[in-house]
Design a protein around this ligand. Structure first.
Ligand code: SF4
Ligand code: SF4
Length: 346
């Protein structure tokens, strides 16, 4: 039997999410990239190398994820990957929308890239392309097939919103055909374009998913997929009022780097100029207070402070005014492994 397990924040390793450009060929309706806050530049290779070098201490304990925009649009991504490999990063992932520009699969090897992580937001062409744009489904599925046939490890990310929650039930069948090694479910966060959409300016309407719908759908589908042999990770999102809350900004090591030099510790802060670190002339420096690290310190009964500030619609209160549940840190994950991968407890 497959049982979800909350994955504790790791104190001994770090995740470096490196947006090497913000440009993208797609215009997904929920895109979290915010050019006003993240810049529109493409980082030159020399800057990528200098910034990676700044994170290279104990790099074997650091997971590096190349992101964009669409990172394969960067013509020097293969050189950046090889530099990171030489620096000794523990794992290297490339997150892609599947278009795989500049023949990236011909220019790197499975020994250089640990995982190509693809994104689909629907199990069918119609549902996915409504969100990600015409042709995105077919191109992504073809890209996954090509990566798998070349021996790369692959994973798939599905961002759940009210626009595609119903499609999740169709994912187990699709995943069986695709051959990906791991499935990640994300939840829509009100950042970038989706912040405006939540305000009602989008034909998609309100995007956030009600707690009851999340709880009745996501853990069940994750279990089905794990039972078919594919490990699944999804955000915990909701905690009981008595459960312990922790902010990853205080206890874990996550860095979200943007091409304009901003470095955040919390993804929910990325729409605001409250980054706690920044690259200035290729040196990593601490930002002036007030910044996101001041928010991490605040303890409120609702759990995550940034959630309370930017997406309070997902909270609910009892008659006595106390929260009915807490919102977990968006970086807290549940993992469901296939039975064959679960080690027996001693
Ligand atoms: S593929 Fe990613 S970066 Fe590009 S528009 Fe979609 S969400 Fe944004
Ligand atoms: S999402 Fe909330 S709990 Fe997590 S790092 Fe950000 S502020 Fe902290």
């Amino acid at each position: 039997m497959t049982i979800p397990r909350t994955v504790a924040f790791s104190r001994n390793s770090a995740n470096v999410f490196f947006h090497i450009l913000t440009r993208c060929n797609l215009k997904c309706r929920h895109c979290y990239i915010n050019p006003e806050q993240h810049g529109q530049g493409t980082l030159p290779l020399a800057a990528i190398q200098a910034w990676l070098a700044a994170f290279s201490e104990n790099s074997h304990t650091k997971n590096l994820i190349f992101l964009g925009g669409e990172p394969t649009l960067h013509p020097e991504l293969p050189a950046a990957i090889r530099f990171a490999r030489r620096m000794g990063f523990g794992s290297i992932t490339v997150d892609t929308n599947g278009y795989l520009f500049h023949d990236i699969l011909e220019k790197v090897t499975p020994a250089e890239v640990d995982t190509f992580s693809f994104s689909l937001d629907g199990a069918t062409r119609a549902a996915n392309d409504r969100i990600r744009g015409q042709g995105a489904f077919e191109t992504c599925v073809a890209g996954i097939g090509k990566a798998v046939s070349k021996g790369f490890n692959t994973s798939l990310i599905y961002t759940v919103s009210s626009a595609n929650l119903d499609e999740l039930d169709k994912m187990p069948a699709l995943l069986g055909d695709l051959g990906v090694g791991r499935f990640f479910i994300q939840i829509i966060g009100l950042r970038g374009k989706s912040a405006g959409q939540e305000a009602g300016t989008s034909p998609l309407g309100q995007l956030q998913v009600a707690r009851s719908k999340w709880l009745e759908t996501v853990p069940r589908v994750a279990r089905m997929i794990a039972e078919s042999g594919i490990p699944v990770t999804y955000p915990r999102v909701f905690l009981d009022p008595v459960e312990k809350f922790e902010c990853a900004g205080l206890v874990a090591h996550n860095y979200f780097i943007f091409p304009n030099g901003r470095v955040y510790r919390c993804p929910l802060c990325e729409d605001f100029p409250i980054h706690s670190l920044a690259f200035e002339e290729n040196r990593l420096v601490t930002s002036a207070r007030l910044n996101e690290s001041d928010f991490f310190q605040l303890s409120i009964p609702e759990g995550c402070v940034m959630n309370r500030l930017i997406q309070p619609h997902n909270l609910s209160y009892r008659e006595d005014g106390t929260p009915a549940y807490k919102i977990a840190c968006c970086l807290l994950k549940e993992e469901v492994k296939p039975a064959s991968q679960v080690r027996p407890v001693d």
